[in-house]
Design a protein around this ligand. Sequence first.
Ligand code: PSV
Ligand code: MN
Length: 436
Amino acid sequence: MTTSFIETQPIAAGLIEAENTRRAGVLEREYDLLGEKLARGGIDIEAVKREVSKFTVAVPSWGVGTGGTRFARFPGPGEPRDVHDKLQDCGVIQQLVRCTSGVSLHFPWDWVDDFAALRDEGAQLGLHFDAVNSNTFQDRPGAALSYKFGSLTHTDPTTRAAAIEHNLACIEAGKQLGSQAITVWIGDGSSFPGQQHFRRSFERYLQSARRIYDALPADWRMYIEHKLFEPAFYSTVIQDWGSSLLAAQTLGPKALCLVDLGHHAPTVNIELIVARLIGCGKLAGFHFNDSKYGDDDLDSGSIQPYRLFLVFNELVDAARDRAAGFDPAYMLDQSHNVTDPIESLMLSGATVQRSYAQALLVDRAALDAYQDANDALMATQTLKAAFETDVSPIVQRVRLEAGGAIDPLAVYRASGYRRRMAEIRPKSSGLGGGIV
Ligand code: PSV
Ligand code: MN
């Protein structure tokens, strides 16, 4: 007997409908009011809504589990036990917010024997597979070689070969899943001055990355993710967008630079980096999250919502200009300790979508004119006006029309999903990781 798509949905459709019915009247009034306001500025709310409805951002499989800090991990109730549980949790997110149909898997964490079956399992939940991620920043239990002192850039060629092999295996798995990209982030670097030869380690990176690049299918891309620090604290081999761009340009057209918002020093102007990468046709896409200090992995927009908007301002501007090679991939990358990950990921997905909607409202002709006239005040006010517009009715309407929830959080809490999972899924151990 085959199960239908409706039956495989983790949240009861009736609950979503009932909660939406309670909110539909208010939403309609708010939508109409916003529509009138935007019309006065020459903006057609229906056109904005159409654009927003096309926007999607992928969920990281590792994000549905409770993350840890360097000090400890505090497991939450009903945590996913394996990739199947993770997919189900991702299914909940997508069912309610309807802009997160992609899932980004991480290997070997999510390794299975039958990837074709996993692809079908995802499809049953309305999910497809986005970029696959390789993990050579951790040793596998029982592995003969260690990545403690590096992987793709290790001084030992046999260890480098093992790291390359793992990436090639990820590509093979991704092919069966229907993915079209591999994201490569390495933890390689050094913690002490003198520990690592900067130029030679980068050369080794290029040689290893070349092997991965050469194994990419014709329609695949390789996303190079840079990170300022951690786990290495003095230097990392791919530490910034400069190193990433150098590598991407050396490797060729299928190699692009991925921007994880948390991988920069606190005061760095990320939207400018985004513009530079767009300018040279090398922007792969994003790992969205937010941070106050470093790689905090907090929910998108929780600390600096204006920065997120400014990033989207660059993206909308590039789309308007039809910038060459501009086709960014959007993914969330967050995993922390204190909230229900499903709730956090739902809100992050909706926040990223909201930033996109706000950026669509920027009066670009006016902004161009103010920039040309060096009217700094009016130029910046033009951006502010879009950012300060409450676009909630647009994103709520997009969700509603796609079958999702006007208020995903309320429906999720009312569903008792986490409580049910806590009964089914045994409590996981709090051990693992930590420096104390
Ligand atoms: C590293 O901090 C990172 O941002 C990379 O994307 C990893 O794949 C991910 O987090 C999970 O550790
Ligand atoms: Mn990342």
